[in-house]
Design a protein around this ligand. Structure first.
Ligand code: PEP
Ligand code: MG
Length: 747
């Protein structure tokens, strides 16, 4: 009968949330071992943390062994029962440790007397984080239920302990000594949204519905109607300037970012109501607060989500007017040196704040993947955190965010800041001269094509800089998501033409609108879907809204003139959907012929392979389509039934899952047998470790974000085809996730 119980798992789960409030990681680890030892009624509980660079485990907390040993005792990976558990990424339960060939008691810590030994690896996906062990004097003390419970706890602890990794990297000395983790003021481990590092002062942007617009504390007593008129003019001018600036740098999406602000400013009812109050003797700042809040009430009470969203804009406008009215220190709408802390953001907010020079973003919440994509395109670091973590931030706190690690430091220490400066230098050097060859080849000379995933037009410059051989995926949804209504055929045509022009001879693959799931249009009729990812998304939305689809197809067909363009359809689940979409393309071509409008008659049509049904039907699809592109972001989500936006199941979202590997292999081999072009455009190709597998199964064309190209080209150049084929064969034979992980870790 297991000693562990539900209470214990709950306690440990609670501990993880307490981490952010602990003074240091060591305090937290000590609390964790005490709790586990108590609930398991075990004489000893210890945590060892693994350091990747030295391949050593260090005892970092213990209940039961000598406290002096903490920070001193070290094990090699594979050494002793704990080291072996981590090396082989499996739990080891020994009834009588002294009889186990792996047992190596450490001198001077009093370990010899403990017979029962249970060790469970702590890991985050492929990453070794540490080992959690329990020991007891009574032989055979732990059973299967204890092992299961300890595994669950290790899973809970993994996220928190993983934070240590980055700290270790920051504090790692040239000589490898036992790692000392110097506590930073506070580190929060969220999720990576967009890479890059930014430093600044936190600026809270709380959602429209929460909180009211308030008067500035330092409002002078003597303000007049003239002051208000001046503030009005200044605000108009600033907004018009910002809009112009955005239109130059973000021509595809920026068109209307500040339109709501300008519209409200121009509204006589709005400014008139403030004027009237001032004329009646009310202080201009109070009049402004009153009218803005009245508008906020009206908008937030509206059943129309489009109007509700305007609450954000209203508050923003109120602040701008107030700053201009009182002549505050901070230039309104200038976020230089600031990191936005937001409980919710719209894609248009991100564009607006980035135009206003925000350094980075920390956003609370789940459905944020389109925001993350925009941040990536805008090269703004972004970290996603949960509600509890968000509560730790305060206005004007000093922050450093590391978008790649998904980490936020509050009041960063000197060491962290030094690391930041180094990062900036490296990033600047990479930006100035990316160390790339014009073409990519494996170590033994097989040619691999690297294409760019493009989200915003501003990505095209980067694609050029990193020698992209074309656009493998243009996510066409952003101009749709950001605006207030569907862009017209002409507007779309202008955006798509820019891509074809920029690429010249190079191939461009437009993806038709992939709306739905977490990418919602604010102007769509509000239909609450219980499972939006299983709902009206991608091709389903398009085939249901054929007017919208046809407009986009015509714009894409026309933009392809003089270029080498292709169109692919997202979320295809059947041959029928592809055929129906192809029919519509033909119909659009007919209409363009009738109108006498030029278009690319050789536009190839393809599908994204993102659903299990498409994998099963790949042979049938191959007969119909011109090309296929494997979208692993969704393929993983749908094959493994793991929501790609849900942090609670993120440890199950595994690109190296045997089912995913076999699905990719199947698609590539069928496509190649049918001599159909096949590429990969999902994030699996961003992981250098997966490159040998992808090449080994036959992938020769990879589309990734331009920023990833240096690293991926290096991974390609480091592997020979012979090795890649060997790796793929080996991996395809493995039936367990853990075996694939061991293989990847040991090659
Ligand atoms: C994918 O699903 O892998 C993909 C590339 O599309 P998106 O990430 O835009 O859904
Ligand atoms: Mg997808």
């Amino acid at each position: 009968m297991g000693k562990a119980n539900v209470n214990m798992i709950c306690d440990v789960a609670e501990l993880t949330s307490l981490f952010e409030k602990s003074n240091s990681l060591d305090d937290f680890l000590q609390a964790a071992v005490s709790t586990v030892a108590y609930h398991m009624q075990a004489a000893v509980c210890s945590i060892y943390i693994y350091d990747d660079a030295s391949r050593m485990l260090t005892l970092r907390a213990t209940q039961g062994l000598s406290a002096d040993a903490v920070g001193k005792v070290q094990l090699r990976l594979g050494q002793g029962i704990a080291g072996l558990a981590l090396k082989e990424l499996r739990s080891i339960c020994t009834g009588c440790a002294s009889k186990s060939p792996s047992f190596e008691p450490v001198d001077g810590i009093g370990e010899e007397k403990y017979q029962a030994f249970l060790a469970v690896p702590i890991r985050r996906q492929l990453k070794r984080v540490g080992v959690l062990t329990v020991q007891d004097t009574e032989a055979d003390y732990f059973d299967g239920a204890d092992e299961q419970a300890l595994r669950a706890i290790a899973g809970q602890l993994a996220t928190v302990i993983e934070n240590a990794d980055l700290l270790m990297a920051l504090h790692r000395q040239e000589d490898v000594r036992p790692v000392q983790v110097t506590p930073v003021s506070k580190m929060i481990k969220g999720r990576s949204g967009s890479s890059g590092v930014a430093r600044g002062i936190g600026s809270m942007v709380v959602s429209g519905r929460a909180g009211r617009f308030r008067k500035h504390e330092s409002t002078p007593d003597e303000l007049t109607l003239d002051d208000f008129e001046r503030a009005l003019k200044a605000s108009e001018q600033q907004l018009a300037d910002l809009q112009r600036e955005a239109a130059v740098t973000l021509s595809d999406v920026a068109q209307l970012i500040f339109s709501a602000h300008l519209l409200i400013l121009a509204d006589d009812e709005f400014s008139g109501a403030i004027r009237r109050q001032i004329q009646e003797g009310i202080h201009p700042a109070d009049a402004l607060v009153d009218v803005v809040n009245r508008y906020i009430d009206i908008f937030s009470a509206s059943p129309n989500p489009r109007l509700q969203e305007k609450v954000h804009d209203l508050k923003d406008l109120g602040h701008r007017l107030m700053e201009n009215l009182i002549g505050g220190e901070r230039a309104p709408g200038d976020y230089t040196g600031q990191i936005i802390l937001a409980d919710s953001l719209l894609p248009s907010d991100v564009l607006k704040l980035a135009t206003e020079k925000a350094e980075g973003f920390v956003v609370q919440g789940g459905m944020t993947s389109h925001i993350a994509i925009i941040c990536r395109s805008l090269q703004k670091p972004m970290v996603m955190v949960d509600a509890q973590q968000f509560d730790l931030f305060t206005e004007s706190c000093e922050l450093l965010i590391d978008g790649s690690a998904g980490t936020v430091y509050i009041q960063p220490s000197e060491e962290v800041l030094k690391e930041y400066v180094k990062h900036q230098r490296r990033a600047d050097a990479l930006e100035a001269a990316p160390p790339m060859n014009p073409e990519s080849h494996t170590a033994d000379g097989t040619r691999i094509q690297l294409f760019a995933n493009i989200n915003l037009l501003s990505d095209l410059k980067l694609a050029d800089k990193f020698n992209a051989e074309g656009v493998g995926l243009y996510r066409s949804e952003f101009p749709f998501i950001i605006r207030n209504d569907f862009p017209s055929e002409e507007e779309q045509y202008r955006v798509y033409s820019r891509i074809v022009e920029a690429m010249g001879e190079r191939e461009v693959t437009f993806r038709a609108l992939d709306i739905g799931g977490d990418k919602l249009l604010s102007y769509q009729d509000e239909v609450e879907e219980a499972n939006p990812f299983l709902g009206l998304r991608g091709i389903r939305f398009l085939l249901k809204n054929k007017e919208v689809f046809a407009e986009q197809l015509r714009a894409m067909l026309r933009a392809g003139v003089g270029g080498h363009s292709r169109i692919m359809f997202p979320l295809i689940s059947s041959v029928d959907e592809f055929v129906e979409a192809r029919e519509l393309v033909k119909q659009c071509m007919g209409e363009l012929d009738q109108r006498g409008v030029e278009y690319n008659r050789d536009t190839q049509l393809g599908v994204m392979i993102e659903l299990p049904s498409a994998v099963v039907l790949v042979e049938d699809l191959a007969h119909e389509v011109d090309f296929m592109s494997i979208g692993t972001n969704d393929l993983i989500q749908y094959m493994l039934a793991v929501d790609r936006t849900n942090e609670m199941v993120s440890s199950l979202y595994l690109s190296h899952h045997p089912a995913i590997l076999r699905a990719i292999d199947r698609v590539v081999s069928v496509a190649r047998n049918h001599r159909k072009d096949v590429s990969i455009c999902g994030d699996i190709a961003r992981d250098p470790k997966m490159i040998p597998f992808l090449l080994g199964v036959g992938i020769r064309k990879i589309s990734i974000s331009p920023r990833q190209m240096v690293e991926i080209q290096q991974a390609i150049e480091a592997v020979s085809m012979q090795k890649a084929v060997y790796a793929a064969r080996q991996m395809l034979e493995l039936s367990r996730i853990s075996e694939v992980e061991s293989f990847l870790n040991n090659t």
